[in-house]
Design a binder for this molecule. Structure first.
Ligand SMILES: Cc1cc2nc3c(=O)[nH]c(=O)nc-3n(C[C@H](O)[C@H](O)[C@H](O)COP(=O)(O)OP(=O)(O)OC[C@H]3O[C@@H](n4cnc5c(N)ncnc54)[C@H](O)[C@@H]3O)c2cc1C
Length: 573
């Protein structure tokens, strides 16, 4: 094999969402002389889900609120499965980060008439603490972050896809990452002293899903292949209200944001009856898991709308008011031919977020020296359920911390020699589909989406999960035998799709195995055959890893480092 083009850098950041961009800025701030490279599958500032953030950013700012209260909401929302040190770091550092976003990076968030930052209601929280810019908060955050990154001479490799984490020759640390330049179809090896995994997870293996199309769980699949442990993988969050815009449009599944229910929107079944009160006293403001399951129950009971979902109704709040408060959502619905201000709009639960991910520490180090992780690729912060508004807080908080940690780490490191056997093996594996005749990749994608939706979706049983295990194995084997033909490598979507599917199937298998292992129901994970949550005091989390080609799973005890079930850190006054 001819020599592979190689780039050396101090810090390599994979992904340019909130986690990746914050990491770059903080690493640069810590040491402006560092060579920092952001490599991203999409375009910098235009890809990933942080840009898609609608509702906003949770942070305890207002009088009467506190980080302790935000912490308790996070722990209780996470059904006591959160890593408490990570959750505490999240809520505490969010305060510093939101000031940084406003005062240093120049984000404009909505304000009250008295000049204080406006914070809106989000489900599952005991205080209105979601900072926002209308209902399209992510665009404001990502645009300001991207401008600052551009201004600092940080290297950019756009449309560069990370393919494999490469160990050092002695196997003890990470030495670099094998990338594919998607523009040319050529492989590139990037050697780095520190690498940040910030590719943003994203449950795009489900039939209805919200995350951006560039996300195919690549980071999680690479971490598994590198022998690392993922936790809480059974915890896939379904957002209750994805738009049902009909088949054949990418608008189906996109989120109609939670603030609508927070502001008083109603959910009605196909008979146009309000039903949430039958499931939870908080009605439409119950947490996402409960609302999604309730909608699922209505659909299964035969009370679905014509297209198989339920309705959201906003008109009783006044059309002008709705238009003013939710401009982005009103326009999104209008784009698909619906009038959110006056009419009922059909919605369905949609796979939104993965609470599970790579095991990491509060300084963003991982079990593999040289590898750092932040954002939606990580697990443990949210436990069994993420509160709306805690996602972008998570990626920006830990992205910033990762940047500082990496800058400090590389000060004492040299570039390591890469294990070239791993590089060659990975190139061989990823080139294999180009050498086989083309098959029906689209069919595999559809079967994966149906299997995950039906068998590993909002409600699960042992039978459905075992069925999924079998189907996923077959899909993996069919994909392996299937090629894409001898097509051009430049901008090859078909080849990329093959790689996307390979990663999605592997991570779907991890989700399924974790769901089989958890024989109780917590947060986003609901087992019809084990509907009880089990003892909170004996809570465990699932830990999955790939060993000799097989996924193995362990249940490990949750450490209640700050507060035990039944207790609170809030002080009564
Ligand atoms: C529609 C929608 C609305 C949301 N609204 C909210 C909200 O209101 N509040 C909230 O808190 N959270 C919200 N979230 C969740 C939030 O967006 C995420 O939790 C968070 O932004 C993830 O940030 P990240 O940096 O980890 O990943 P992302 O922002 O998703 O960035 C991932 C990056 O990795 C890149 N990438 C992927 N694979 C590779 C690869 N192989 N190689 C190189 N690069 C790669 C992508 O191109 C992208 O640049 C929403 C999500 C969606 C989808």
């Amino acid at each position: 094999m001819s020599a592979i083009p190689t780039i050396n850098t101090d810090i390599l950041i994979l992904g340019s969402g909130g986690a990746g961009l914050f990491a770059a800025l903080h690493a640069h701030q810590e040491n402006p002389n560092l060579d920092i490279t952001i490599a991203v599958k999409g375009l910098l500032g235009k890809s990933g889900c942080t840009r898609m953030v609608q509702g906003g950013y949770n942070v305890a700012l207002a009088e009467g609120d506190s980080v302790e209260r935000h912490f308790m909401d996070t722990i209780e929302g996470g059904k006591w499965l959160c890593d408490q040190d990570l959750a505490w770091t999240l809520v505490n550092t969010a305060v510093e980060r939101i000031h940084e976003l406003e005062n240093e990076l120049g984000c404009f968030f909505d304000r009250n008439p008295d000049g204080t930052v406006h914070q809106k209601a989000f489900a599952g929280q005991t205080f209105d603490r979601t900072v926002h810019k209308g209902d399209l908060t992510g665009i404001e955050i990502i645009n300001r972050l991207a401008e600052q990154v551009w201004a600092r001479g940080i290297n950019r490799l756009e449309e560069h896809r990370a393919i494999e984490l490469i160990h050092s020759k002695d196997g003890k640390s990470l030495a670099g990452v094998l990338m594919l330049n998607m523009q040319t179809g050529q492989f590139v090896l990037i050697r780095a002293k520190a690498v940040l995994l910030a590719t943003g997870g994203g449950p795009t293996m489900y039939k209805y899903h919200t995350p951006s199309g560039d996300k195919s769980c690549d980071g999680l699949a690479m971490a598994l292949r590198a022998g690392l442990v993922l936790r809480d993988m059974e915890m896939v969050q379904f957002h209750p209200t994805g738009l049902l815009a009909g088949p054949g449009t990418r608008m189906t599944g996109t989120v109609i944001e939670e603030g609508l229910r927070g502001a008083g929107g109603y959910l009605l079944n196909g008979n146009q009856e309000r039903f949430m009160g039958n499931y939870d006293p908080r009605n439409e403001r119950a947490t996402r898991d409960i609302v999604s399951r309730s909608i699922n129950s209505e659909i299964r009971a035969g009370r679905a709308t014509p297209n198989g979902g339920v309705y959201i109704q906003m008109s009783h709040l006044g059309p002008e008011n709705v238009r003013k408060l939710f401009k982005g959502m009103v326009e999104r619905c209008a784009d698909s031919g619906f009038d959110l201000t006056n009419d009922l709009v059909e919605v369905v639960p949609t796979a939104h977020y993965m609470m599970g991910g790579l095991v990491f520490n509060k300084d963003c180090t991982t079990d593999l020296p040289g590898l750092f992780a932040a954002g939606e690729d990580t697990g443990g912060v949210h436990g069994a359920n993420r509160l709306g508004g805690n996602g972008v807080a998570n990626s920006t908080v830990f992205g910033g911390i990762a940047g500082e940690s990496m800058a400090r780490w590389v000060a004492s490191q040299q570039l390591s020699e890469c294990n070239m056997d791993e590089v060659v093996a990975s190139i061989h594996e990823h080139e294999a589909p180009l050498k086989k005749s083309s098959g029906d990749i689209e069919a595999i994608r559809d079967e994966l989406a149906e299997c995950m939706w039906n068998d590993v979706g909002i409600s699960r049983t042992r039978d459905s999960l075992f069925h999924a295990r079998q189907i996923l194995k077959q899909l993996a084997s069919r994909l392996n035998q299937m090629g894409v033909g001898d097509i051009q490598r430049e901008y090859s979507n078909t080849w990329q799709d093959w790689m996307n599917l390979q990663n999605l199937i592997l991570v779907s298998q991890a989700v399924t195995e974790a769901a089989i292992a958890r024989e109780n129901s917590r947060g986003a994970h609901y087992r019809e055959d084990f509907p009880e949550p089990g003892s909170l005091e004996d809570s465990h989390y699932t830990a999955v890893r790939l060993k000799q080609g097989e996924l193995s799973i362990e249940n490990l005890p949750v450490q209640f480092s700050l507060v035990k079930p039944g207790e609170t850190i809030l002080v009564e006054v």
